[in-house]
Design a protein around this ligand. Sequence first.
Ligand code: SAM
Length: 282
Amino acid sequence: MSRDAVRAQLARRGLRAERERGQNFLFDPRVAEQIAALAPVAPGDAVIEIGPGLGILTRALAARARKVAAIEIDAGLVRTLREEGDLPPHVDLIHADALDVDLAALADSLGPPVRVVANLPYAVSSPLLRKLLDLRGRVAGSLVLVQREVAMRLVARPNTRDYGSLAVLHALCVRVERVRDLPPSCFFPAPRVVSTLVRATPLDPAPLTADEMLHVERIVRAAFGTRRKTLPNALAAGLRPGPDPEFLHGVLDALGIDPRCRAEALEPGQLLALARALAGRC
Ligand code: SAM
């Protein structure tokens, strides 16, 4: 398929690439095959794909996988895929907003091993990435295309501008690698930014248990919510109820954390220890 073929197919179906839905389509089957190989999708794998679009990646995944469940929000694209997508019978097309889908139940219904592979819609890549973290323990790993800026935030280290709750929560659940960049010319229409393939592999054993996730996330988001404040002030501003100041200072002292520091100076493991110490106290 070429860029012109994508343009022509959309026009024939009365569709146009919708920017607000992050519709930047791959058009070179060799790129789609490389993504499936880099995932890496093996013959016994089931794959969850978010946003199949016109199906270029879906076909490459289906050529390797035992089963593919592809979730697409756009009714026109779903119709196009059903009528001329050339999808084999082991692809289940699900017309839904991936943010509303119970991905854990879907992964369980597919049976292990399950991988997530997607050219993610950029507008909702952060909430989707967060949702994928809840699949750890159920998936063998994920390979997703995101904007390079988002990839930098995923792998960011302390004391850098990109370091924040996305990096901390990922570091506590998965090992994240930037695999390679794809230039705007790989897509139709070409986005304004470079894209990056990011691979996430669940940590085993995971330092953060499923039960702890919501509490740790609440503390971490509060800690980074007002980045310029010191850690105690950021926690007081971001948590309702906030931690008792005296108790918090005792906790920071016990953990060897300077109360004048900001969240961005702390390693993910220190933020986890802090959240654990504050459990039930705020
Ligand atoms: N996989 C195709 C490809 O690589 O050419 C299309 C990728 S395009 C970047 C993102 C796709 O995600 C589009 O088909 C878009 O309609 C779909 N999409 C956007 N938001 C979605 C959502 N919340 N749930 C499911 N699909 C979504």
